[in-house]
Ligand binder design. Structure first.
Ligand SMILES: Cc1cc2nc3c(=O)[nH]c(=O)nc-3n(C[C@H](O)[C@H](O)[C@H](O)COP(=O)(O)OP(=O)(O)OC[C@H]3O[C@@H](n4cnc5c(N)ncnc54)[C@H](O)[C@@H]3O)c2cc1C
Length: 477
């Protein structure tokens, strides 16, 4: 039996960051994680994000973007190549090397910060005085008992299953399988046009697959500002050839030897399409499997999320929960910031996390990013607003990059001019959104952004111009 001040369950971006911050604050900290590497033969820290999420997907997006650029954009620069070959296995190997480097980096950070790292699945066992008791099963018939004053649950999420078909990661894939295809499928089906579906669909489309995306919702990217979502839909379908069908009702999925057939209804018509591979990306669900919440009376809601308040406190004293396993957006940076905040609360500090200032990014081409409220939300909430938009079409830097498309929209309060939301589609807006987040955190007005000097020629000039437009003094509009 070992005793700790803080036991963190899960070493994804929520848990490993919480553990490091707790140790930095002087707490004797353990982080327990059940993750294993791709080969299944060694522990792997980093959770979904580093192993089968954010990092590997961005590595593949970069490789596939290079392929697309060489095939479609190089000629414009006067570059011609006599032969272009693409090796999917090498792309996957490069991705795996990045994952290994980063997951190994967490091991080093744990050692540096004196976080004890324990491999295995943790379950609540009970309480001993004011200490919570956990049992860790390492899968080899060995159990370790850990007692801790504070427990931070950071057990993340798992793919939402589709009752019609079982994931085998051979022909029917979840995110893990979609990140490990060693050959480009001829015909790829994707169920779900959320962030994961669009990113994975883009990867395999760029390297030659014919991609059909089937989405149950009638609206494309319902969480995004609809002006931006409509622009994105046009680029993805008309320019890039992704076949995105909305309002689809899947009737049946049948697996063949080397194919998957999907029967569905679309616009009142019954259709059957046979794909070489099918990715199921219909969202993610909170993961409390094996945690035994019932052993201590930990409250879960009807969807399986651990119930927490604004400050990540559960219904049990000194038991906290963060990241994908609790309410709010399933984003790595949200998980990490909640982890830091909880460690600091345990230390008696008063950190604050503004959920309205959490940025969202979709790493398609063009990228989509936003922070704050959409126009649809402002209308629904009856908030009077001003709007300024500007495009990348005439931006010198974007033209030089060969990526001169997209829009930035700044929404600010009609009365005070305080920025309420910023919505972007365009080149590298994943980076550009940081300025908007900073502006919103500092409660800036659109005039504040408009009066800040932006370097020329940069992509950030489009945000500057959109802010000028919201302040009714656009210079290039
Ligand atoms: C394909 C894909 C792409 C994504 N891209 C992005 C992106 O670009 N940007 C972004 O912000 N987000 C992205 N996400 C979402 C992001 O990965 C998650 O929001 C993030 O990983 C959540 O962090 P977490 O710490 O809450 O949980 P996780 O990362 O899921 O980590 C949970 C960890 O807990 C472990 N665990 C679970 N139960 C137990 C137990 N009982 N005992 C011990 N260990 C346990 C798991 O093994 C895992 O290691 C992506 C997700 C996917 C699937």
């Amino acid at each position: 039996m070992s005793q700790f001040d803080v036991a963190v369950i899960g070493a994804g971006p929520g848990g490993y960051i919480a553990a490091i911050r707790a140790a930095q604050l002087g707490f004797h900290t353990v982080c327990i994680d059940a993750g294993v590497n791709k080969a299944g033969d060694a522990p792997a820290l980093g959770g979904t994000c580093l192993n089968v999420g954010c990092i590997p997907s961005k590595a593949l997006l970069q490789s596939s973007e290079h392929v697309h650029t060489i095939l479609h954009d190089f000629a414009d620069h006067g570059i011609s190549l006599s032969e272009v070959r693409f090796d999917a296995e090498q792309m996957i190997a490069r991705k795996d090397a990045i994952v290994t480097k980063l997951t190994g980096g967490i091991k080093y950070l744990f050692q540096k910060n004196k976080v004890e790292s324990v491999f295995g699945r943790a379950a609540f066992a009970g309480k001993n005085g004011d200490l919570w008791q956990l049992i860790v099963d390492n899968g080899k018939g060995e159990y370790r008992s850990i007692d801790a004053k504070h427990v931070i649950i950071a057990t993340g999420s798992v793919p939402r299953p589709l009752p019609l078909v079982e994931i085998d990661n051979i022909n029917v894939l979840d995110n893990e399988g979609a990140l490990n295809l060693s050959r480009v499928p001829g015909k790829l089906g994707v169920i779900g046009s959320g962030v994961i579906g669009l990113e994975m669909g883009s990867v395999w489309k760029r390297v030659g697959a014919e991609v059909t995306v089937l989405e149950a919702a009638p609206t494309f990217l319902a969480a995004a500002d609809q002006q931006i979502a409509k622009e994105a839909f046009k680029y993805f379908t008309k320019e890039q050839g992704l076949d995105i069908q909305l309002g689809v009702k899947i009737a049946a999925i049948n697996k063949g030897n080397n194919s998957v057939s999907v029967q569905y209804e679309h616009n009142g018509e019954s259709k059957t399409v046979v794909f070489d591979k099918l990715i199921v990306a219909i969202g993610r669900v909170p993961n409390t499997q094996g945690l035994h919440p019932e052993a201590v009376g930990l409250a879960l809601d009807e969807r399986g999320f651990v119930v927490v308040d604004e400050e990540c406190r559960t219904n049990l004293p000194n038991v906290w929960a963060i990241g994908d396993v609790v309410r709010g957006p399933m984003l790595a940076h949200k998980a990490s910031d909640e982890g830091v905040a909880v460690a600091e609360r345990i230390a008696g500090q008063k950190p604050h996390l503004d959920f309205n200032c959490i940025p969202w990014v979709i790493y398609t081409d063009p990228e989509i990013a936003w922070v704050g409220k959409t126009e649809e939300q402002l209308k629904a909430e009856g908030i009077a607003y001003k709007k300024g938009t500007s495009g990348f079409g005439a931006n010198g830097r974007a033209l030089g990059l060969g990526k001169a498309k997209g829009t930035v929209k700044v929404l600010s309060c009609a009365e005070t001019d305080r920025v309420l939301g910023v919505h972007m589609i365009g080149p590298m807006v994943s980076e550009l959104v940081a300025e908007a987040v900073m502006a919103m955190e500092f409660k800036a007005s659109s005039e504040d952004i408009a009066r800040i000097v932006h370097a020329h020629p940069t992509l950030s000039e489009v945000l500057h111009e959109a802010a000028l437009a919201a302040d009714k003094r656009a210079l290039h509009g």
